[in-house]
Design a protein around this ligand. Structure first.
Ligand code: 0WE
Length: 263
């Protein structure tokens, strides 16, 4: 059944114990995968230390810096993977950033620079990591990214990130088309709102979570580990026939068309 033993999985985007990427890393590890972890380096090495302590129980065989805005770091990362692992099977992309200014107020006020940065970090990075991963996925592979409903429908304040997620979802389809002949599958999970470092920085996230708890078919939000389980499935041979897909792990919220009680 679900078995990732013998597979090398690189997980990006772990910031702390609430990160969806951390839920994914735990479930890939539980399914037997060999784990590699990247972290976003900062001047004081704080995030390196924090992430290193967190992931210690998974005994990652690689632990490397990766700031996707620096193409040299991407090159170095995959050179090290090539040298240490030889082969990569699974790439997990859980990276996004938009300035605080661009996640509040009138959508049209976003600056050219803030828009460009959001697109670079949140959408282009999937292309650059996939390009670098492709030659290492010699036995086929699975690439997975995270998206959000705000990339296909208007969610208040998601604003610039919504445009970046729309681009990211289209990246998934074009990359799936390019990589399919190499038996590399590319998919995305569209997760419902979860309290994480990224989402907690947003005003009103708790109201959004309460809204989902009230109206989603399952009457609750989802957990990082539930997203992790779907990630493990998508990266396993159980999903060998799936590519270019966006799977909603959102307690069914995406299906809802009105929030007026039927009773
Ligand atoms: O994709 C996201 C959040 C990504 C994100 C979060 C931040 C906060 C801090 C990207 N950039 C930044 N930049 C910062 O400075 N989500 C799906 C979570 C999220 O973000 C929202 C949401 C939800 C849900 C923003 C507005 C409305 C809803």
């Amino acid at each position: 059944m679900l078995n990732l033993s013998g597979k090398n999985a690189l997980v990006t985007g772990i910031a702390n114990n609430r990160s969806i990427a951390w839920g994914i890393a735990q479930q890939l590890h539980a399914a037997g995968a060999n784990i590699g972890v990247t972290y976003l380096p900062d001047d004081k090495g704080r995030s390196e230390k924090k992430v290193a302590e967190l992931v210690e129980p998974l005994q990652p065989s690689l632990f490397l810096p990766c700031n996707v805005q620096d193409e040299d770091q991407v090159t170095d990362l995959f050179e090290t993977i090539q040298a240490k692992w030889g082969q990569l099977d699974i790439l997990i992309h859980c990276l996004a950033f938009a300035s605080k200014d661009s996640l509040v107020g009138d959508f049209s006020t976003v600056s050219r620079q803030d828009f460009a940065v959001a697109m670079e970090v949140s959408a282009y990075s999937l292309i650059s990591l996939s390009r670098a991963a492709k030659p290492l996925m010699t036995q086929g592979g699975s690439i997975l990214t995270l998206t959000y409903l705000g990339g296909v429908r208007v969610v208040p304040n998601y604003n610039t990130m919504g445009i970046a997620k729309a681009a990211l979802e289209m990246n998934v389809r074009y990359l799936a088309a390019e990589m399919g002949p190499h038996n590399i599958r590319v998919n995305a999970i569209s997760a419902g709102p979860i309290r994480t470092l990224a989402s907690s920085a947003i005003g009103g996230i708790l109201d959004m979570i309460h809204h989902v708890e009230k109206f989603a078919p399952l009457r609750r939000t989802v957990t990082q580990l539930e997203v992790g389980n779907t990630a493990a499935f998508l990266c396993s041979d159980l999903a060998s026939g799936m590519t270019g897909q966006i799977l909603y792990v959102d307690a069914g919220y995406e299906t809802i068309g009105a929030t007026i009680a039927a009773e």
